[in-house]
Design a protein around this ligand. Structure first.
Ligand code: HEC
Length: 143
């Protein structure tokens, strides 16, 4: 998942050339991972060597919501690659005002409703925020 996120990030940054197939493949990895997260951690989540927090069991609804949001954002990024087979288009880019939504207000947005109208780059940023939010809450820290 981390490698796939890096692939997409490098293309947005321009440090690697845009390749719609590779871009989409990376987004699809995220989307599949998102679907498996909830089932991976279904039932008892604490196992030896695992950094999964026991609070996943108690706060299952929130965990599943974060996993579902990740899937929504990843699908949006993937769909953008379908619409833009040749080049990373300006429509995929975040516009000036979009950054505002990444702030504290972002928590109040509805992923499925908002994602349809946002550029892929913005959906990608929200996807990364979802990784961070879930890890902050449900992954135990390294000593
Ligand atoms: C719904 C919650 C959730 C989301 C969303 C999520 N993760 Fe995780 N992630 C976890 C948990 C829980 C662990 C700890 C798993 C374990 O140690 O068994 C983890 C572990 C990891 C690890 C360490 C893997 C390892 O083998 O030690 C990486 C890397 C990672 N996640 C990357 C990502 C990336 C990148 C994203 C976003 C694209 C993401 N995760 C989104 C819950 C989530």
């Amino acid at each position: 998942m981390a490698a796939a996120a890096k692939t997409i990030n490098a293309m947005f940054k321009g440090s690697s050339a845009y390749d719609a197939k590779a871009f989409k493949a990376a987004a699809d990895i995220e989307s599949h991972s998102a679907k498996s997260l909830s089932s991976l951690f279904a039932g008892s989540v604490t196992a030896p060597g695992s950094k999964a927090s026991a609070s996943i069991e108690a706060e299952r609804e929130q965990f599943d919501k974060l996993a579902a949001d990740l899937g929504v954002y990843a699908s949006a990024v993937s769909a953008a690659a379908d619409r833009n087979p040749d080049a990373l288009s300006p429509q995929m880019r975040m516009q000036g005002g979009d950054a505002m939504m990444g702030g504290p207000l972002a928590k109040k947005t509805q992923a499925a409703r908002d994602v349809a109208s946002m550029p892929a780059e913005h959906a990608f940023h929200l996807m990364l925020q979802t990784c961070t939010s879930c890890h902050a809450k449900f992954r135990t820290k390294d000593e």
